[in-house]
Design a protein around this ligand. Sequence first.
Ligand code: HEM
Length: 262
Amino acid sequence: MLNRLLSNASLPDLPSSKLISKNVSRQAQCSTLPPASSAKGVLHLPPRKKVQLPPDHGHLNWLQLSQTKAMKLKIALMKVITILVSVYTDDVSRKEFIQKNSLLLSLHVDLLTYLSEEVISPQELVTVIKEIESKKISIFEQKKDDKLFNSVFAKIMAKVDMKTILELFTGSGTADLIISKEAVLRNYEMKNINMYWIVLNSKIYYITPYLMYHPGGEEIIMKLLKSSRNTVERLDKYKEYQRYHRWINETDLLAQYVIGTI
Ligand code: HEM
């Protein structure tokens, strides 16, 4: 499989050197180094936690997959849906969101508001999400797409063309959207695996598509997001993130998944 991927070699536009943080003060444990020595004065690092990923879920698979147009569209649509459900279901959050973002990102705000008022109400979305909550399967992992989500995608795309959605919601197009901490906490409390965000260093990322490709496994991330100890003051998981991989530059690795900023 790897040989086939390497021979196709249409590698994405992400040189590996870009993924390495330049501000690493000390080399923490990495895959190629032996564990840190327990000698006096050497900082203790968490033990290595090797997990077995499903077939075709290596880093290269993920990079290639995330560059396909179908995947980009699905991610953009899911960004829209997760914002509608996390922000627009609550009057206070919605008003604050519109007020804070109308000046700089008016097109994003207009599109989201139009969708929520004319195309699919956030309450309707919540019902759809609840219906498939119990399946606990990411729509990015199923061979066959989930019909309910597809019907929502179709509703949106019947009113807004694909080019507009891709232009506004692909890559870091939404990076400057300001989203309240209350809306993020609402997202963290959702049970449907397709809705997951994570905050790292004040940036919010849509993390569902990456979960099964995470070399440290999905469990460790899910545990953090679904902890009953999460509060508006404890949304940012950057400390925990850095504990395991200071050397990884998440802003480049997750550039396509940015939802906004808290
Ligand atoms: C959400 C964004 C995240 C990204 C993009 C990410 C990325 C990565 C990458 C690329 C590796 C492989 C590192 C290597 O082998 O050198 C890795 C491993 C790992 N990550 Fe993450 N990670 C994320 C979040 C987290 C979080 C929140 C935690 C836990 C608090 C975590 C815990 C781990 C662990 C335990 C490993 C295995 C390290 C080992 O091999 O010993 N990750 N992650």
